[in-house]
Design a binder for this molecule. Structure first.
Ligand code: 5GP
Length: 192
């Protein structure tokens, strides 16, 4: 998605540990016209799938999932991160390791909002090592839902998540894939 590449080149900041900061348009301040383009692109990429729900994880996946949902005309369910050990029985639960804090979170979705009749599109802002995505896949599978695909805004192609999830049989589509980030020169290389 050319518009997104240009925006990343213009406003993305490379931080240590191969982190790309996109706070000015995707993760903190949100550029809604850009989100609308992103939502339409996901709709185009998954147009042949029968999707009745979008599944994401709090917090940064929520905004992009909500705008995409307008184009699919379906509800969004977001998995909640919780550290509570007193989890209500009526939830699907899995564990996810946070990339930034290294802590392991329990992640839950109510059984009321995710079940065997659902055909879900999973959406997230970034795909790096795939921990968040695998948690969402696990939740959907536990619920007996059908995973129609996984839409990601920025895939870091030099990390393992994309490979792992595609090998698991999930149809992963990224709007842009980054092959390398160089903190010293500021260079960002995209995959064609
Ligand atoms: P994963 O679980 O695939 O390793 O990482 C996914 C999550 O980590 C994303 O939802 C995102 O919040 C965060 N993340 C991973 N890499 C980056 C990055 O380079 N930049 C930003 N802004 N977030 C990232």
């Amino acid at each position: 998605m050319e518009l997104l590449k240009q925006r990343i080149l213009q406003d993305g900041e490379i931080r240590g540990g191969n982190v790309l900061k996109v706070d000015s348009f995707l993760n903190h301040q949100l550029d809604i016209p850009l989100f609308e383009e992103i939502g339409q692109e996901f709709q185009r990429l998954f147009a042949d799938k029968k999707i009745n729900k979008i599944l994401t994880i709090e917090s940064s996946g929520i905004a992009v999932a909500c705008i995409a949902a307008r184009y699919f005309n379906v509800p969004v369910v977001f998995a909640k991160k919780t550290q509570s050990i007193n989890i209500d029985g009526a939830v699907h639960v899995t564990r996810v390791q946070s990339v930034t804090t290294r802590r392991v979170y329990e992640v839950i979705v109510s059984k009321k909002y995710l079940g065997a009749n659902d055909h879900v599109l999973i959406i997230d802002d970034f795909l790096a090592n795939g921990c968040a995505a695998m948690g969402l896949i696990d939740l959907a599978r536990n619920a007996g839902a059908t995973i129609e695909g996984f839409g990601v805004v920025i895939e870091k192609g030099f990390q393992q998540g994309g490979k792992l999830i595609r090998a698991d049989g999930v149809d992963v589509r990224s709007l842009v894939t980054i092959d390398s980030l160089d903190e010293k020169t500021g260079s960002i290389v995209f995959r064609d």
